[in-house]
Design a protein around this ligand. Structure first.
Ligand SMILES: Cc1ncc(COP(=O)(O)O)c(C=O)c1O
Length: 365
């Protein structure tokens, strides 16, 4: 058997293990700010919807229930400002990481095709290209990409890891550029509801797409906005032709969102109260961590949105990781997201208030 895993990079988080061991030796315990995994409770109304749908012995469908499709189109119109959404413009998916990793393969991309993603990016965009044996290119500005062979262009605003937000004019220019060249735009918008000093805009907003969904697909996840990373609740929205093709492939391949998760998603997307409450928690943690990091000599760049602070002390990221681990604080080295991150670290806001307070006092101490 040829090894598929040989096509993939070393799993980056394994390299952080020794630092985790060091940080865990702190007498008051580790403060783990390395992974963006939610720690606050799943809102009770979502848990209730999940349990009320527990008695679902039959197979769910890939396209989801009528209620789910209505919830997806309704949310895109209400929250993203999208217009003219029909059920053909939405498709539930099992986790957006899984979607990102397998999309190039499901779209039939392979050798000779190219996938582009930001210079500093969530590593799974590259993984998806490698799994499909496609080529990949990291960009500083998508408008400067060579379009030859380019099939898929990933946008990620707000960005993981930098928290940078692309303004509507920039998104509009990229969508126009890609449409003229027949390049499909995939816009990963999983942090869209976590803007702090900027108001993130979706590619589905008419100011960006001109009211047409042609050539664009937005990727959304409930992991961060609703603390549902454990449910694997996500969906894509946009070009009906692309989504229709994916629906056919996924019908053959399985990939059905479990029925209780579908029911939970309907309720989660219909409620803004828990999103506002969660935002307030992150806003307070962000302010506390930002102040403490700056007081400890860090400069914070971008970070106007998302769940991360992109911080630097103008030294190697691994030196910073080591120094903070000695204080019992674990952060992610910037080079996990590309060589351009070699002098930054990514500090996640996803720790309890108690742990964030512990980090703040250690940084100030
Ligand atoms: C940019 C980006 N996209 C996608 C994901 C995956 O989210 P999920 O698989 O939980 O939907 C993450 C998770 O951290 C992310 O940062």
């Amino acid at each position: 058997m040829p090894s598929v895993s040989d096509r993939l990079p070393t799993f980056p988080w394994d390299r952080l293990e020794p630092y985790k061991t060091t940080a865990a030796r702190h007498p008051d315990g580790i403060v783990d700010l390395s992974v963006g995994t939610p720690v606050d409770p799943v809102p009770p109304l979502i848990r209730q919807a999940l349990t009320e749908a527990a008695d679902t012995p039959g197979y769910p469908t890939v396209w989801g229930t009528r209620e789910l499709r209505d919830a997806l189109t309704g949310w895109c119109e209400r929250r993203l400002g999208a217009r003219g959404m029909t059920e053909r413009n939405v498709l539930p998916v099992v986790g957006s990481k899984e979607l990102v990793a397998w999309l190039p393969t499901q779209l039939g991309l392979g050798p000779g095709d190219r996938v582009a993603f930001p210079r500093l990016a969530y590593p799974t965009y590259e993984v998806g290209a490698r799994l499909a044996r496609a080529e990949y290119v990291a960009y500083d500005d998508p408008l400067e990409l060579d379009p030859a062979g380019l099939k898929l262009l990933w946008l990620n605003s707000p960005s993981n890891p930098t928290g940078q937000v692309l303004p509507a004019e920039k998104l509009r220019a990229v969508v126009a550029w890609a449409r003229e060249r027949g390049v499909l735009v995939l816009s990963d918008e999983c942090y869209l509801e976590l803007g702090w000093e900027a108001d993130p805009v979706s590619v589905l907003h008419p100011d960006v797409c001109g009211g047409s969904h042609e050539g664009i697909v937005a990727v959304h996840s409930l992991s961060k906005r609703s603390n549902l990373a454990g449910y694997r609740a996500a969906f894509i929205a946009g070009d009906a032709a692309v989504l229709g093709e994916l629906l056919q492939i996924r019908k053959h391949g399985g990939m059905m969102t479990p029925a209780p998760v579908q029911a939970a998603t309907v309720v989660a997307l219909g409620d803004d109260t828990h999103v506002a409450a969660q935002r307030d928690r992150y806003r307070a943690r962000r302010a506390a961590l930002r102040g403490a990091l700056e007081a400890a000599g860090f400069r914070i760049e971008h970070s106007e949105a998302s769940l991360y602070l992109w911080a630097t002390r103008d030294e190697s990221c691994w030196k910073t990781v080591g120094g903070l681990a000695d204080q019992g604080i674990l952060v992610a080295p910037g080079d996990f997201y590309g060589p351009a991150g070699e002098s930054h670290v990514r500090v996640a806001l996803t720790a309890t208030d108690e742990r964030v307070n512990a980090a703040v006092s250690r940084l100030k101490g």
